[in-house]
Design a protein around this ligand. Structure first.
Ligand code: G3P
Length: 222
């Protein structure tokens, strides 16, 4: 499974990219708003992220409401950098826009996917990435991983005539990451905080502390 980072924060992206383990970035309007960014700077911000992650897919979300506007905004976003992927929320208008953009060779990441039928329709319309959300189900007392499993199985059952990768989104915990990988989800897009948690384990910390203590016996250092 590949790791993407789910953030629009430039410093977080730079730091996580320095690990050498990331394969892409996803952003959305809420994540951009969280950076304090303004509309006038949105495109430059996306270009900056695309430059930091040269060659890796960077999802920039359209906020257009009609098919024509989504296609126009999608074409524009895709023209900003070769690695920008157009992110669209699943609905009738965005399916039609995805179909049109895919015909032009523009990659679409279909987001806000909560069910297998939504995922299948997105893939059939030509989406290059389908993003099922996990954590938001958990937030309402449902089991997000069960829904993810259905979606992964349904998508992997079929050949859509083009590559379709599942981006596990709304990831909150290392457990989500582990389960997504066990299910065979292609990608997990993980916020920086959860990504750092993925790196930690109490036994790693404990092991490191004993190595350091034992090495002091070797070096004689107090
Ligand atoms: O990329 C969108 C998705 O990951 C958002 O997650 O935490 O807002 O549910 P969250």
């Amino acid at each position: 499974m590949k790791f993407f980072i789910d953030t629009a924060d430039i410093e977080e992206i730079k730091e996580a990219m320095s690990w050498g383990a990331l394969a892409g970035v996803t952003t959305n309007p809420s994540l951009y708003a969280k950076t304090g960014g303004k509309l006038a700077d949105f495109e430059d911000h996306m270009v900056k992220i695309a430059e930091i992650c040269e060659g890796l897919p960077v999802s920039a979300e359209s906020t257009a409401k009609t098919t024509d506007a989504m296609v126009a905004e999608g074409e524009h976003l895709a023209s900003l950098a070769p690695n920008i992927v157009v992110k669209l929320p699943v609905c009738a208008e965005s399916l039609a826009a995805t179909h049109a953009l895919a015909e032009e060779g523009i990659k679409v990441n279909m987001t806000l996917v909560f069910s297998a039928p939504q995922a299948l329709l997105a893939a059939r319309a030509g989406a290059r990435y389908v993003s099922p959300f996990v954590g938001r189900f958990d937030d309402i007392g449902d089991e997000g991983l069960d829904h993810l499993e259905e979606i992964v199985t349904c998508i992997h059952n079929y050949d859509f005539g083009h590559e379709v990768e599942i981006i596990t989104a709304s990831v909150r915990t290392p457990h989500h990451v582990t389960q997504a990988a066990l299910m065979g989800a292609d990608i997990a897009t993980v916020p920086f905080g959860a990504l750092k948690k993925c790196l930690k384990h109490p036994l790693t910390d404990q092991g490191l502390a004993s190595f350091e203590a034992d090495w002091k016996k070797v070096t004689g250092e107090k």
